[in-house]
Write a protein that binds this ligand. Structure first.
Ligand code: ZN
Length: 430
């Protein structure tokens, strides 16, 4: 840090790092941070609701080395902040009052010193989260909120120094780390009387993967999976509602983090009859493309399916979540009879969806696959996970950003939902 940024002990400070962009260890590229406006990504129809009092963040800088690493945020006002540790992998989590992140991904600094990577995003309404991934235990030796001075605006400064695993663990927060306000808990807005007169409409839950602090896969050109999944979810919701046959609930309707178990809980609270989780993958081989659809199985259909499930199940780790009080429903779920029935229905829906989608968009061989996705583990709701394509493929990433292409998928999915409920509801009729 020496010679990079300095503060004297009476709180007056002179921060020189960003006055000198030439410093080799304060660079500005190659990072994953979420918070890009969707407009930049060409995803029409996605609304990013932002709290009116969110504080703008215009810059992020890292400096220093493995003995001392400094993080600086440039802000429009002073935020509230708190931090805690999470272990295995080592992470330091900062929770701020709501921020309006205006730093584009290409303006993000490179990993520096103790910080391997960093992510930021809305964690829940009112809380904006910054997660630092560490290669080794480190501690926050000091934080400061500095008032505007010498041409700089408000700054948040955090200094990190190495520490032992033992003292890192002493600051690990266990238990509920303040989760879980779902974006919206949409209970079916139908009274019993309405139900009797109109007949109950099946409830379809659409789950746009990732969000907020968890971007999901990052595609060619920097597009984030979380934005594509939300855009598709909103189109599919509209399309399903147009039929007049369904009530549709989204697990999130804005760019916000929702834990995997909470997605399942939202579906159960809304008494979902069918759960559709939307994702898009990336692959080391840029030529790989095609849509696939997954249903739950303890045994994955192939190695690739297993590693995909592992990737998607990491969403909570990416967002800086603590698992110590994870409900057994999600971690060590028992496949009971109810779930076996759900799995059969899930497979039935998946094969209908494959039949519809196969005619309209490019699919992978063995389009219907099996793997242990955490988000598919509602024991009583038939659930599928749709991987819409590969963001690592230049053609597919372009298509997935087009509303017209997503409409084609939404159309096919709607036909599949129609056929699924035609089949299952007629089976229930006396
Ligand atoms: Zn995903």
């Amino acid at each position: 840090m020496a010679g990079n940024m300095t503060e004297d002990s009476n709180g007056r400070n002179h921060e020189r790092a960003h006055a000198s962009a030439k410093l080799p260890h304060v660079t500005r590229r190659g990072f994953t941070v979420m918070g890009l406006a969707c407009g930049l990504l060409g995803l029409g129809g996605v609304s990013l609701a932002r709290a009116a009092n969110a504080i703008a963040v215009s810059g992020v800088r890292l400096g220093g080395n493995a003995q001392s690493t400094r993080l600086v945020l440039d802000l429009a006002a002073a935020p509230t902040h708190a931090n805690f540790n999470l272990a295995d992998p080592y992470r330091i989590v900062f929770d701020f009052s709501e921020l309006d992140w205006q730093v584009a991904s290409e303006q993000m600094p490179r990993p520096t010193g103790l910080i391997k990577s960093l992510r930021a995003g809305l964690f829940r309404p009112g809380t904006y989260r910054l997660v630092l991934d560490l290669g080794a235990p480190a501690e926050v030796s000091r934080t400061m909120v500095l008032p505007p001075q010498s041409g700089f605006g408000w700054r948040f400064v955090a200094d990190l120094t190495p520490t032992s695993r033992e003292s890192f663990m002493a600051r690990v927060v266990t238990g509920n780390d303040g989760i879980v306000q779902p974006a919206k808990t949409v209970e079916p807005a139908v009274t019993d009387r309405q139900r009797r007169s109109a007949g109950p409409k099946p409830v379809v839950i659409i789950d746009p993967g990732h969000g907020g602090v968890d971007p999901g896969a990052i595609g060619v050109g920097g597009v984030y999976e979380k934005h594509i999944t939300l855009a598709m979810a909103q189109q599919l919701k509209r399309r399903l509602e147009q039929t007049g046959r369904y009530q549709v609930t989204l697990t999130r309707d804005r760019d916000i983090f929702i834990p995997l178990r909470e997605r399942v809980a939202i579906a159960r609270r809304a008494k979902g009859d069918l759960f559709i989780s939307l994702h898009a993958d990336s692959h080391p081989n840029a030529n790989t493309r095609g849509l696939s659809i997954y249903t739950l199985s303890e045994k994955s259909s192939d190695r690739e399916a297993a590693s995909l499930a592992e990737k998607e199940n990491k969403a909570d780790i990416i967002a800086g979540m603590d698992f110590s009080e994870e409900s057994p429903e999600v971690t060590g779920i028992l496949i009971d009879l109810a779930q076996r029935e759900s799995m059969n229905l899930s497979a039935q829906f998946a094969s209908l969806a494959v039949g519809e989608l196969d005619r309209k968009v490019q699919t992978l061989d063995n389009t219907h696959r099996f793997a242990g996705f955490a988000v598919l583990k509602a024991p009583d709701i038939p659930s599928v996970l749709l991987e819409m394509g590969y963001l690592s493929n230049p053609t597919e990433v372009r298509l997935l950003q087009q509303a017209a292409y997503r409409d084609k998928m939404a159309d096919s999915m709607t036909h599949a939902v129609d056929r699924y409920f035609d089949q299952t509801q007629s089976a229930l009729r006396p």
